[in-house]
Design a protein around this ligand. Structure first.
Ligand code: ADP
Ligand code: ADP
Length: 220
């Protein structure tokens, strides 16, 4: 049976970092809504232009645009065994759309991992975050520096700081998270699929916890 694992948590909780690692151990693709939006921005597509202002302000891109984009990605052949969803869903309407989409394929969301991380830690992480131009690999000036300054270890492309990782925009993204995304925690808790992991531990400790949770699910 396919595995559709969802990572929920505030911006900077470590969703992308853990999804990169889980992609290797679970063997299903990491789908990051933020990365797909950034590709559209780089390629100046129509969708990218529609999303640009929202992203720059730290707001969510409207559901209609986001849901269509993710459904298209989930329809690609590499998703037949499942996916790790990082950054989607972020609203109840997105969660409902995902349920409908998966139900039509006889699948469902499980597990949903909530990476619980405080605002202070998130702010520290996001202001030091650097990402690679080519594929969005994630670094941190202190907790995960690259081997060569400013260069991605994986693909040699340059590292940059996202515009929306400036402190002011991060504060707005945290506000938006609390209002629009945090309700998903209760939503999935009520369905019995939510697992909470303390985000404020080392990257390796979070990965170990995630691996033990996912291997238990896979075998049981
Ligand atoms: P982070 O991992 O730091 O939370 P992302 O890279 O996931 O940031 O998202 C960057 C921006 O892209 C968000 O602030 C938002 O504007 C937009 N975005 C990403 N995913 C979604 C989504 N599911 N719904 C609406 N907007 C989204
Ligand atoms: P998200 O996808 O939830 O926005 P990221 O995975 O991009 O979060 O992580 C945000 C920043 O914090 C990155 O710079 C990353 O290197 C760093 N980071 C991620 N997990 C940890 C951790 N457990 N401890 C310290 N720094 C971390």
């Amino acid at each position: 049976m396919a595995v559709f694992l969802i990572l929920i948590g505030p911006p900077g909780a470590g969703k992308g970092t853990q999804a990169e690692r889980l992609e290797i151990s679970l063997g299903v693709p990491h789908i990051s809504s933020g990365n797909i939006f950034r590709e559209h921005l780089t390629n100046k597509t129509e969708l990218g232009q529609a999303a640009e202002m929202h992203i720059a302000k730290g707001e969510l891109v409207p559901d209609r645009i986001t849901i269509g984009m993710i459904e298209e990605r989930l329809s690609q052949p590499d998703v037949s065994e499942g996916a790790i969803l990082d950054g989607f869903p972020r609203t109840i309407a997105q969660a409902d759309a995902l349920d409908r989409f998966l139900e039509a394929r006889g699948e469902n969301v499980d597990p949903v991992i909530y990476l619980n991380t405080s605002d202070e830690e998130v702010l520290r992480r996001l202001t030091g975050r650097r990402v690679c131009r080519a594929e969005g690999h994630i670094y941190h000036a202190e907790s995960k520096p690259p081997q060569r300054a400013g260069i991605c270890d994986e693909d040699g492309s340059d590292l940059y700081q996202r515009d929306d990782d400036r402190e002011e925009t991060v504060k707005e993204r945290l506000r938006v998270y609390r209002v629009q995304t945090a309700p998903l925690i209760d939503h999935y808790q009520e369905r019995g699929v939510l697992l909470e992991i303390v985000g404020e531990q080392s990257m390796d400790s979070v990965t170990d916890r995630l691996k033990s949770v996912t291997s238990v699910r896979a075998s049981g």
